[in-house]
Ligand binder design. Structure first.
Ligand SMILES: [Zn+2]
Ligand SMILES: [Zn+2]
Length: 151
């Protein structure tokens, strides 16, 4: 067994949630006892547990994983979405920089696959990183306009 480099595994997809990383919890108390303590890597994974949890009303709550094992669980920060039927998710801190419906359509058209919110978040992260790199390149060329060749 390798040593545990993550805090918990996502209750839906089993992806590791790293120490100090963001995760989603369920607002329903039975999902949130010390024993169950369900954690999800993204809102889509939280949404997936509604299929068997059968909550009448619930919402995903974004939390930050403790930075060390055994650290206390931080307080809830922000309610991301309400209700079971909602399919529109909102990114809490960084605005989604990609047109979610179009990204989903491309993936759907090409593969018939669904797109999770984690995928959209990851794409946004890539866009932000590439923009920052392009700014550096424009600056290095003495320009104040970011151009196509900076990417
Ligand atoms: Zn997950
Ligand atoms: Zn729940």
């Amino acid at each position: 067994m390798s040593e545990e480099l993550f805090w918990k595994k996502c209750a839906s997809c089993k992806k590791p949630i790293v120490f100090g990383g963001k995760y989603q919890t369920c607002s329903v108390s039975t999902c949130n006892t010390k024993k169950t303590g369900l954690a999800f890597c993204c809102v889509a994974c939280w949404d997936a547990h509604l299929g068997f949890a059968n909550h009448r009303e619930s919402s995903a709550i974004e939390k930050t994983a403790p930075s060390h094992a055994g650290a206390s669980i931080p307080a809830a920060k922000k309610i991301v979405i309400r209700s079971n039927q909602s399919t529109t998710f909102s990114l809490p801190e960084v605005d989604t920089l990609v047109v979610v419906s179009k990204v989903k359509k491309i993936i759907q058209d090409r593969s018939g696959y669904n797109t999770s919110q984690c995928a959209v978040d990851a794409l946004t992260e890539i866009v932000v990183k590439e923009c920052l790199k392009a700014i550096d390149k424009a600056r290095a060329s003495g320009r104040k306009t970011v151009m196509g060749r900076d990417f």
